[in-house]
Design a protein around this ligand. Structure first.
Ligand code: NAD
Length: 461
């Protein structure tokens, strides 16, 4: 049960947003542009408060936040500000002979009342980035940050209403009970970021009202290493993508599949990269994050025994610190290989060849991202053609995410829908197909009673 009084507040808030939408407040380009500018101003002016909250929640450095949180959202906003007028334009499409004379067009209309539920791992990104799409699409929105990143949630709740139109955008804080109370209400569109487990709950609740859902989920993103060309670069990129945010990144390389003769050289190169990035002792590095809470710390600590410790393994429960860790001799059946790791532990498993890597990936749920390090074009093409994943990087990790022109999202168990750039606008709008005709001519061929010559003509048309 949600706390007493919550339901009434919730209903009042939703009624206020609904009537703003009905009055057409959010439809004009000018309102959308103003709100996007205001969201950007919030991120710039409240940068200090956001950084302090991110430090408190995840011990995230302001440098990392600038790149992966505020910076990414500002780039999304700038892209929308530059292109929104063009995205909103009515699209003319070809008309078949049977409907001529006339013309066809597609208009992008807002859904109406939208709900954005975010996860804790990039809390400044995962609420404002979809909000860019909601605003650009001309919707009203309720945003529900994750209670697990409590400090960031309270900065969003405290300051966003000062910047954004409070009659159209509302922040609602809370945990499971409050989120369930929100989900019991009818929305026109739900955008959810988080685990597959909760994604199923969200989808079930949405089904009651036939509300369309967009699910940004996670999964085990594999990294396949097929050659030792520039192994230092391969190792640096994997190390960066795995240990940024202490491995709590939805598209972090979850595990590595490497040809047997590459396993030990790769481990040695990753060891060098960890030392280069975080020094002799990562616990002392201002650039290395902490695990978000005790529950996840304990879950991750249990994985430490699932293989041979090659690098790291040190923990400090008081600080929820887990050193950047690499494991070898990990069985595919071990617990660490059964769920998304979502922490700074990297298993490296040998695979005999590219075919075996493909089979390994295909025997598991479809991942959010897949990474291939190889200079062998046919091998890369084979992986691309024979596996399915939300996105792919070749000879890199994670870096496909900040490209606005690339759709970002999962497939199968890793989610449904894609966003960023124009796709955010498209995801938050309905493409309405419109046929416009005069009332003359009105050919008799379509009307009964039917004769054979009509059928022939209809076929030709
Ligand atoms: P979380 O625990 O913060 O949950 C996410 C949201 O769901 C929160 O707002 C929370 O309040 C709500 N919630 C939790 N339990 C609920 C319940 N029983 N009923 C209703 N609402 C509930 O975050 P999490 O799930 O631990 O997030 C981590 C997962 O999110 C990982 O799997 C990660 O890969 C994924 N993720 C995906 C993306 C992406 O872009 N695809 C980005 C970040 C994280």
């Amino acid at each position: 049960m949600a706390p007493a009084g919550y339901d009434r507040n919730l209903e009042n808030t939703l009624n206020k947003l609904r009537s703003s939408f009905r009055e057409g407040t959010t439809r004009p380009l000018s309102w959308r542009m103003k709100q996007l500018e205001a969201l950007k101003t919030f991120l710039v002016e409240r940068n200090e408060e956001l950084n302090a909250a991110l430090w408190q929640d995840l011990r995230k450095s302001s440098h990392e936040a600038a790149v992966t949180e505020q910076g990414l959202v500002i780039a999304e906003i700038d892209d929308a500000l530059e292109h929104l007028a063009e995205w909103m334009k009515t699209e003319k499409v070809a008309i078949p002979l049977i409907n001529q004379p006339g013309y066809c067009e597609i208009r992008r209309e807002p859904f109406g009342l939208t709900l954005i539920i975010g996860a804790w791992n990039y809390p400044v990104n995962l609420i404002p980035a979809p909000l860019v799409g909601a605003i650009a699409g001309g919707n009203v929105a309720v945003i529900k940050p994750s209670e697990i990143a409590a400090a960031t949630s309270s900065v969003l709740a405290r300051y966003l209403p000062e910047y954004l139109d409070p009659n159209c955008i509302a922040v609602m804080e809370g945990g499971v009970e409050e989120t369930q109370a929100i989900l019991a209400q009818p929305f026109d569109f739900i955008f959810y970021t988080g685990s597959s487990r909760v994604g199923k709950i969200v989808m079930t609740k949405a089904a009651v009202h036939l509300t369309p859902v967009f699910l940004e989920l996670g999964g085990k993103s594999p990294t396949i290493v097929l050659d030792d060309k520039e192994l230092g670069v391969t190792a640096r990129r994997i190390t960066w993508g795995k240990f940024i945010n202490a491995g709590q990144t939805c598209i972090a390389p979850d595990y590595v599949l490497a040809l047997p003769h590459l396993v030990q050289p790769l481990i040695a190169a990753i060891k060098g990269a960890i030392k280069e990035f975080y020094g002799e002792d990562a616990e002392q590095s201002p650039d290395y994050c902490r695990v978000v809470n005790d529950k996840n710390f304990e879950r991750l600590s249990r994985f430490l025994g699932d293989g041979k410790l090659e690098i790291g393994g040190k923990t400090n429960p008081k600080e929820r610190y887990i050193a950047p860790t690499v494991l070898s001799h990990v069985s595919p059946e071990s617990p660490i290989m059964q769920e998304e790791i979502f922490g700074p532990l990297l298993p490296i498993l040998p695979i005999a060849n590219v075919e075996e890597a493909i089979q390994f990936v295909n025997l598991r749920p479809k991942p959010l991202a897949l990474y291939i390090f190889s200079g062998d074009k046919p091998a890369v093409e084979k992986v691309l053609a024979e596996t399915s994943s939300g996105g792919v990087c070749i000879n890199d990790v994670v870096m496909h995410m900040p490209v606005p022109e690339l759709p970002f999202g999962g497939v199968g168990a890793s989610g449904m829908g894609s966003y960023h750039g124009r796709r955010s606008f498209e995801s938050f709008t309905h493409a309405k197909g419109i046929l416009i005709k005069g009332r003359w001519p009105d050919f008799a061929i379509r009307y009964p009673p039917y004769v054979d010559s009509q059928a022939k003509l209809a076929k030709i048309l």
